[in-house]
Design a binder for this molecule. Structure first.
Ligand code: PLP
Length: 346
């Protein structure tokens, strides 16, 4: 059997349809705004999110950083989750590149930030205080188990940010996974947001890129930010062509990944020595721990699995993440469970 790579959905390769579209893409210099394929991708992204405009960026990190630069001034504060990518996994970019201070709040069990805790964290006007400018939410929330966050929550958060004149940024790296799991459209999840960043290169299989969406004025500022971050690409239509397929054809099949995650979670739950973490298989992720009575460390289990051709993401000393995606089918899930069972029982 081929390698079963469950480390992340980022490992997905461009599909044959993507490679064909990439080869045939009509391109131009996107720094002049003249790449018709990039422009088409941006139009599609703005239609799907119901936002006025969109910008093709190199990565999800660049989408979040460009959004931060576009929303804030130096010395502003951003309320975000303690376990969010924007806080934990971007080298402190909001501080390092935008001069913005994080005000991290601990997520609730369901990946949301408690609305009352957010309200209490908003700075009152005082010369001592930074100015609270942005609230950032992640959907689906990766570290909270890939949990999708409901339109109802986003709506109530939107009321709060509107009331206090704050910007609402959604890190929607896996927004389409959240939408598929909740049975709603992407648009239903981003209504009150001032900006949303969506990865094309994860479960949607594009080789490169994210789209950042918002109103025209915001996108104008984000475009300047993208340029200073080194993200002004030239004939980027070669890549955007795959992004178009990512946005139009790929979201509909994410339910298959979620079914495979559910199959994995159910099978793991039945294995002695394994405990599932919260929210597992609510989208395409399964987090689990090795129980104390398992004689091997996470690292040992990880290497033994690797020898058998199964790759998992080791996230803590005894904790793993498995992510289902386009290149994983139910046979591979069954094989993974068998191999894991053998490894921990041996
Ligand atoms: C992957 C990810 C990002 C960053 O995307 P890159 O393309 O890896 O820079 C941002 N937020 C979340 C929640 C992610 O999972």
């Amino acid at each position: 059997m081929d390698i079963i790579d469950l480390r992340s959905d980022t490992v997905t390769q461009p599909t044959p349809a993507m490679r064909e579209a990439m080869a045939k893409a009509i391109v131009g210099d996107d720094v002049y705004g003249e790449d018709p394929t990039v422009n088409r991708l941006q139009e599609i992204a703005s239609e799907l999110t119901g936002k006025e405009a969109a910008l093709y960026v190199v990565s999800g990190t660049m989408g979040n950083v460009a959004a931060t630069l576009a929303h804030t001034q130096r010395g502003d504060e951003m309320i975000c989750g303690l376990k969010s990518h924007i806080y934990r996994n971007e080298q402190g970019a909001m501080a390092a590149l935008a001069g913005v201070q994080a005000r991290p709040l601990e997520e609730e069990y369901d990946g949301t930030l408690d609305i009352q805790k957010i309200e209490s964290a908003i700075q009152i006007s005082d010369d001592h205080h930074p100015i609270t400018r942005v609230v950032a939410i992640e959907n689906s929330h990766n570290i909270c188990g890939g949990v999708p966050i409901s339109p109802a929550y986003i709506e109530s958060l939107g009321k709060l940010t509107l009331q206090y004149g704050l910007r609402l940024h959604l890190d929607g790296a896996r927004l389409f996974n959240a939408a598929a799991a909740l049975g709603v459209s992407a648009k239903d999840l981003v209504g009150p947001a001032d900006s949303v960043s969506i990865c094309l290169s994860k479960g949607l299989c594009a080789p490169v890129g994210s789209v950042l969406c918002g109103d025209a004025e915001f996108i104008h500022r984000a475009r300047r930010a993208r340029k200073v971050l080194g993200g002004g690409m030239r004939q980027a239509g070669v890549l955007a062509a795959a992004g178009i397929i990512a946005l139009t054809d790929m979201p509909a099949r994410l339910v298959v990944d979620h079914q495979n995650a559910t199959l994995l979670a159910k099978s793991l739950a039945a294995l002695p020595g394994i405990s599932l973490e919260r929210n597992s298989a609510s989208t395409n992720m399964v987090y689990f721990q090795l129980d104390e009575d398992v004689a091997y460390s996470g690292h040992e289990v990880s290497s033994s699995l690797k020898q058998e051709g199964v790759l998992l993401d080791l996230v803590s000393t005894r904790g793993f993440r498995a992510v289902t995606h386009y290149e994983i089918n139910s046979d591979m899930i069954e094989h993974t469970v068998q191999v894991l069972n053998q490894v921990i029982a041996s």
